[in-house]
Design a protein. Structure first.
Length: 171
């Protein structure tokens, strides 16, 4: 080996080291960002907006099955609804029975007083649906939310927390 060969080897190694650093820089950056976001989500760091999102996720994870009896609202059963579906054939019908979880007992007198309005609203909603609209889980869930929104629009002393189907028959 001569002196020139060692210089050539050194100049070849220098670009390789720079290339490795440039390849590692994005990986290190991604890891750092992940650690910051992860730390914020875990509560170690405070980033505005993430705390609210974390609180929302916590309430979503608290499913009905995990709620204690004291968390449950007052349950109010509705009479069964039987309606013709809006299918073109006209021969299909839907039978639905559900219970409403109310946020307080003070809502009971208002529910009783407004029962004709509530019943009419549910009948109109159910009879506007087609079999295809409500055949899937998503369709049933969407309809449950629509019922809840419609009924809550009539109430002033409280609100309906959730709708629970107790019977659901399409024919």
């Amino acid at each position: 080996m001569t002196g020139n060969e060692t210089e050539e080897q050194k100049t070849e190694e220098a670009p390789k080291k720079k290339t490795k650093i440039f390849l590692l820089a994005p990986v290190i950056l991604i890891l750092l960002v992940g650690m910051v976001v992860g730390g914020a989500r875990m509560g170690f760091l405070h980033i505005p907006g993430l705390a609210a999102k974390k609180a929302e996720e916590g309430t979503e994870r608290k499913t009905d099955a995990h709620r204690s009896e004291s968390d449950m609202g007052v349950m109010y059963p509705m009479r069964p609804f039987i309606v013709n579906l809006a299918d073109e054939s006209g021969g299909r019908y839907l039978k639905v029975k559900f219970e409403m979880e109310l946020n307080s007992r003070e809502l009971l007198p208002e529910i009783e007083k407004r029962m004709p309005q509530l019943t009419d609203s549910v009948i109109m909603l159910l009879s506007s649906k087609t079999c295809k609209d409500i055949a899937s889980y998503e369709g049933k869930d969407r309809m449950r939310n629509e019922i809840q929104l419609r009924l809550n629009s009539f109430l002033t002393r409280g609100f309906i927390r959730k709708i629970y189907f107790t019977e659901f028959v399409m024919q």
